[in-house]
Design a protein around this ligand. Structure first.
Ligand SMILES: C[S@@+](CC[C@H](N)C(=O)[O-])C[C@H]1O[C@@H](n2cnc3c(N)ncnc32)[C@H](O)[C@@H]1O
Length: 204
């Protein structure tokens, strides 16, 4: 486990807790998370920023993982508040092992900016998801706009150092090279934000 990185996220737990119903990405979360169903795996759940948007009648269980105990503390309170059946796991996602084809839905919002090996996580997600399941992603990365991308590259070292967040990842390239098949995608804010509905490629 990366203790320094966990500390960085612990320090952000209050902020994420306060933002839960005030995110500027509210509409995107509603659209994406509203489609989660069955046994759900939520990667890097944070303070439960997606909890207001699950349609409880569609959910059997949510397995929520994060390595920050402070984020999890806030998420546990939120799960109670929204009456969600959540099982929490405090773990580094890069060290997790689940059985194959276990989840109907895998959710990740704003987490692929943080992992040291996002390619490996995408491969794992493809195996953890049932073949007829769905992978719902809201991620941010480097813009297709030259000016915005230059700014992001300039800010990247500071963002990594202070909040553990990489600004320069090519999210669509990562997903296109992964064992996930994109069913639908939306791109916002000069292609900085991506909403992705995907399924594991057949054979996974
Ligand atoms: C930017 S926050 C997003 C939180 C939440 N998904 C949301 O959309 O509000 C990133 C979260 O990822 C968690 N995280 C980052 N890397 C992780 C890892 N390798 N294993 C587990 N959790 C991780 C952090 O602790 C933090 O809660």
């Amino acid at each position: 486990m990366n203790k320094k990185l966990i500390k960085k996220f612990n320090r952000q737990a209050e902020t994420y807790d306060r933002m839960r119903e005030k995110h500027f990405q509210q509409k995107w979360r509603e659209k994406l998370i509203g489609e989660a169903r069955g046994h759900v795996l939520e990667l890097a759940v944070g303070a439960g920023g997606n909890f207001p948007f699950y349609r409880i009648e569609e959910i059997d269980t949510i397995t929520a993982v994060d390595f920050s105990p402070e984020m999890l503390r806030k998420a546990k309170e939120a799960a109670q508040h929204y009456h969600l059946p959540v099982k929490f796991i405090e773990s580094d996602i890069e060290e997790l092992a689940f059985e194959k084809q276990q989840f109907d839905t895998v959710v990740s919002t704003l987490s692929f900016c943080g992992y040291s090996n996002p390619v490996q996580i995408l491969e794992n997600v493809s195996t953890w998801c049932k073949p007829n399941g769905q992978v719902l992603l809201l991620e941010h990365g480097i813009s297709s706009n030259l000016f915005a991308a230059t700014l992001q590259r300039a800010l990247n070292p500071l963002a990594v150092k202070t909040v553990g967040c990489h600004q320069n990842r090519h999210i669509m390239e990562l997903i296109n090279r992964s064992p996930l098949e994109i069913q639908k995608a939306e791109h916002h804010w000069l292609d900085v934000f991506h909403l992705i509905w995907a399924t594991p490629k057949s054979g996974y």
